[in-house]
Design a protein around this ligand. Structure first.
Ligand code: URA
Length: 253
């Protein structure tokens, strides 16, 4: 969609709209190779090349990046033949068609990213990115140090042995234990299958972190837009797995 150049420049984080106008009037902005000084000029970031001082700007207009707290009982598919709720049912005032980055099971809750930026989603989902994902898992009964050790070292699943993971006991009561499990692979029902492999019965599964992003204050069903800085930082290799801060330790949940 065509937008005024000053709006596109400010959305791209180049300058405020007022400063962008100054850049345009000063002849520092080119549209498809031609200097433009006319303030009303519009461009479509999907098809037009915009440059400031000879440097192309990244088109961002129209792109949406959301961080949703997916509740239990929602599918991460875009349609369900059985008519069950899907995560996009939770979005209000989002007119563009967004879809989830990766998946969470129907019975899993927690942090889910959604976007309409296919390129960004593909890059994030690529194994090269190895984004750390941290889950809190409530399991029935007590967990032994040996079970924790085996999950951390890698367990044998039908589709191969899991990569080393960070696993620790976060809290326990008489009936249940909470484990923190951080993995960077994204195999189907991976955390549940890792628990099953060491004879642990999963009662609740919640993703609390994706790279450096955390659920924060969001409640189930709530979402927020990512900032441009967050969108870009997620793609930066090397900064993803180290994440932001210590893993969240739980009280009893
Ligand atoms: N692991 C699982 O078992 N389920 C999920 O939804 C996510 C990770």
């Amino acid at each position: 969609m065509a937008e005024r150049l000053q709006k596109l420049l400010s959305q791209a984080g180049i300058a405020s709209r007022r400063e962008a106008e100054t850049l345009i009037v000063a002849g520092r902005v080119k549209l498809n190779g031609q200097v433009v000084t006319e303030l009303g000029t519009k461009a479509d970031p999907a098809t037009d090349q915009i440059e400031v001082d000879g440097k192309p700007i990244r088109p961002v207009a129209g792109k949406i990046y959301l961080l949703l707290y997916k509740p239990v009982g929602y599918l991460t598919t875009l349609k369900d033949p059985e008519g069950r709720p899907i995560v996009t049912d939770l979005l209000k005032n989002v007119t563009s068609r967004v879809y989830p980055v990766g998946r969470l099971d129907y019975n899993t809750e927690g942090l889910l990213l959604l976007t309409n930026d296919g390129d960004w989603a593909n890059r994030l989902s690529h194994p090269r990115h190895e984004v750390d994902k941290e889950y809190l898992v409530r399991v029935r009964g007590k967990v032994t140090p040996d079970q924790v050790k085996r999950m951390a070292a890698g367990v044998e699943l039908e589709d191969g042995t899991t990569a080393p993971a960070k696993v620790f006991l976060a809290s326990e009561s008489d009936n249940n234990s909470w484990l923190s499990v951080t993995i960077h692979e994204g195999r189907y029902r991976q955390v549940r299958r890792m628990c099953e492999a060491v004879s642990l019965a999963v009662v609740r599964l919640k993703r609390i972190r994706y790279g450096f992003l955390e659920l924060g204050e969001l409640k189930p069903g709530e979402y927020r837009h990512l900032t441009q800085a967050e969108v870009e930082r997620l793609l930066q290799p090397g900064r993803i797995r180290s994440g932001g801060g210590a893993p969240q330790r739980t009280g009893r949940r």
